[in-house]
Design a protein around this ligand. Structure first.
Ligand code: NAP
Length: 411
């Protein structure tokens, strides 16, 4: 019997397919899950119940997910002696979509991070972070509801490419000597060195996905966020390639902001750009003017957490890593180990990542039910400890009870 990590492939259900860049799920798709370490166990249990209830409610038994567990992180290490087994990567290659809880980052062991390794091995070049407000969630700003952005962060290049040399090593010295003697640079001899590659291909495929998303979801604009005033040939080039791509591939359905006079023409997505530092002010001061955002890796890392904080923090923020043929949907927070197995942690991040996953699978009815259930539960002020400590008059519930309330509130 065929298996991955020693677990037989389910005898029913079929793999999700990809056609023209879209995931296509049949009525009984096999969907992979990685439970996650620490509090991953608590949030997965709650999320699993919510997902199955939403599918049942949406399709009344006509459709069903066949869940198939794969291992990564501590659970994989304890069972199989490896943090990221090859079988896990191959299972995602074959079944295409997985949802995962947070993973402990091993200290040493040859990994920078399991998440980064997964992204690279599966070529998941988009980090997708939708950020919107759920009424009632405590927020540090006056009008959190005005922020509703979908951030497309490039996932494979930039200073995250992992090309760096420690100060004092022969490699660092060699690079410094080369740059100083051959290219007329003046780098201090005692520097550590990192490289920031930003390519045409890496930038355009990311920006293409952002524009396609804006068109499909009838969003108003795509903002290219960059630091091109300083880093002209990486960040500035990212902006230029973005405008070029919009003109060449989406010329009939997009318009650059510079060509606008008055209201944008009906059915056209505005393409604009902002310098990264100014963008951090813009999302606070004029949040309603931003919609889909496409940006380089480091900018996107900072901006997505800053935006998440504005609407109530990482506990509520869904995320996904997507490529042309695979998607891994994930909680954006860590394993919060001090709360592990206590049934107290907020499961919203992984549950909302599930809502995102069902939308990508072409099951939007399930996503709508999950979002409705969460919105209503928070509106009733039935919340886990993290929100409870900041909300007046709220009822504190366990992770499992919060999940049950979401199911009840689906309608
Ligand atoms: P963390 O696990 O995110 O936890 C930090 C704090 O954030 C928690 O103590 C808790 O704050 C709050 N928090 C996180 N998730 C929450 C939730 N679902 N509900 C309510 N509160 C939540 O960060 P960490 O302690 O820095 O990292 C722990 C481990 O996770 C490390 O091994 C790290 O490498 C890993 N990690 C994994 C991922 C991933 O897999 N995507 C991401 C980040 C970190 P209070 O104590 O104030 O309540």
């Amino acid at each position: 019997m065929e298996s991955y990590n020693g677990i037989p492939i389910p005898t029913e259900g079929e793999p999700i397919q990809v056609k023209d860049g879209k995931f296509i799920a049949g009525d009984k798709p096999i969907v992979l899950f990685i439970e996650g370490d620490g509090t991953g166990r608590d949030i997965w249990r709650a999320a699993y119940a919510v997902f199955n209830a939403a599918v049942e409610k949406a399709y009344g038994g006509k459709r069903r997910v066949v869940w198939y567990e794969i291992f990564a992180g501590e659970k994989a290490y304890n069972k199989l002696g490896e943090w990221l087994p090859q079988d896990t990567v191959e299972a995602i290659q074959r079944f295409r979509i997985a949802i995962k809880g947070p993973l402990t980052t091993p200290v040493g062991g040859g990994f920078r991070s399991l998440n980064v390794t997964l992204r690279q091995r599966l070529n998941l070049y988009v980090c997708l972070r939708p950020v919107r407000y759920y009424p009632g969630v405590p927020s540090p700003v006056k009008h959190p509801e005005l922020l509703d952005v979908v951030i497309f962060r490039e996932n494979t290049e930039d200073v995250y490419a992992g090309i760096e040399w420690r100060q004092g090593t022969p490699e660092a010295k060699k690079v410094i000597d080369f740059l100083n003697t051959e290219l007329d640079c003046t780098i201090r001899e005692d520097s550590g060195i990192g490289v920031k590659p930003v390519s045409v291909e890496g930038s355009k495929r990311l920006i293409r996905k952002a524009i396609q998303y804006a068109i499909e979801h009838k969003r108003r604009s795509v903002t290219l966020v960059h630091k091109g005033n300083i880093m002209k040939y990486t960040e500035g080039a990212f902006r230029d390639w973005g405008y070029e791509l919009a003109r060449e591939e989406f010329g009939d359905v997009t318009i650059p902001e510079s060509e606008l006079s008055g209201e944008p023409p009906e059915g056209k997505v505005i393409i604009k750009d902002r310098i990264a530092d100014s963008m951090f002010q813009q999302v606070l001061l004029r949040p309603a003017e931003y919609d889909v955002i496409a940006t380089t890796n480091l900018n996107g890392d900072y901006l997505s957490d800053a935006c998440a904080a504005q609407v109530g923090g990482l506990g509520m923020a869904p995320g996904a890593n997507i490529g042309d043929e695979h998607g891994v949907f994930e909680a954006t927070h860590g394993t919060a180990p001090k709360y592990a197995d206590k049934d107290v942690i907020n499961p919203s991040s992984v549950i909302l990542s599930g809502a995102l996953m069902f939308r990508y699978m072409g099951w939007p009815e399930v996503s709508a039910l999950i979002e409705k259930g969460i919105t209503e539960t928070i509106r009733q002020k039935t919340v886990t400890y993290d929100l409870h400590r900041q909300m007046e008059g709220a009822t504190k519930v366990r992770t499992s009870e919060f999940g049950a309330a979401i199911v009840k509130n689906m309608g």
